[in-house]
Design a binder for this molecule. Sequence first.
Ligand code: ZN
Length: 373
Amino acid sequence: MNAGSNNMEVRKVNKNRAFRYICRKERVSKPEIASALGVSVPTVLQLVNLLEEENLVLEAGECDSKGGRKARAVRPNWDAAYAVGLDITKNHIGLIYTNLSKQVLEHIRIYKTFRDTEDYYKEVTDTLKAFVREHKIPEDRITGVGISIPGIVDGKNNRIERSHVLNLYDVSCERFAKYLPYPAILINDANAAGRTEIDSERSSHNLIYLSLSNSVGGSVIMGDIYSGDHWRSGEFGHMIVAEQGGMCYCGKRGCFDVCCSALRLAGLAEGKLENFFQGLEDGNVLYQSAWEEYLSYLATMVENLHMVLDCDIILGGYVGGFMGPYLSDFQGRIAGNNIFGNTGAYVKTCKYQYEAAALGAALFFIEQFMREI
Ligand SMILES: [Zn+2]
């Protein structure tokens, strides 16, 4: 590599670092960027000029200052790029859109039973297009649609290897995206949801995401999503937690999926999980006993996973969204059983309940856009 191309490469890396720093701080002065990145102020001026030319960074008035000339602040243009997330489950579709802020800007969840038919894919596309129109998302800035799927997804070939829930085997993304006017990728639902829990403030992102929804799975994130050799990592649902437990569709007894599916709780409350937790709060004895059993299986799984990977464990999915009021007791239960004297603080609740998988799928395109800056 010659010196010229080397300099260009360094400038590109620094431009990317500057942009990510501005995004983290949300509003920041140029001298502060220079200090944080360890480069000179003139270099930062050049980098910010480039970012402004590309409409990625905007002026943001003057910074507070104790005497002397006030430094001018800049802020990220969150709306420089958008992405849409589509979560497909057996009986619903969820849609969200996000921008460079990586926040859910709007979301909808509607009842729609999955069918592997042209009509279904057309209807879903029409719903997505209406969502884009309704929220006036600039179409030319939509970088893509991330599609979250309950199943094993071959990320290299952008295809579903198998989905028991949707009864699909060896299906490419093309079938879902045939009518979409945007690029699309498939992503496993738990991996997508796990992605939303990565804390951009931390340098290392090691975590396990447990997806406690109607089917149970998870995601292993070691810096990035760890997919395994065959895209099957994090299939915690088929680890056995009750030797004499109920029969799982996989043919084994006592799988975590059988013991800790959200359906197990919702099934006691006319299929509505929120009714279950309301009843639990109101002192329903049957619910209390079911909840106690549920938590004992969950504790077994959480402790086993922590023994293997020694990292934060996020309780996510539909049940995870209701776990907040019970978290402290659950941490205490786990702390009592740990030979290393952990407090149980490594167990946390998820940031999002229903929108997580759709947001995480959309973040694939946002991250891709950020990488290319
Ligand atoms: Zn199983």
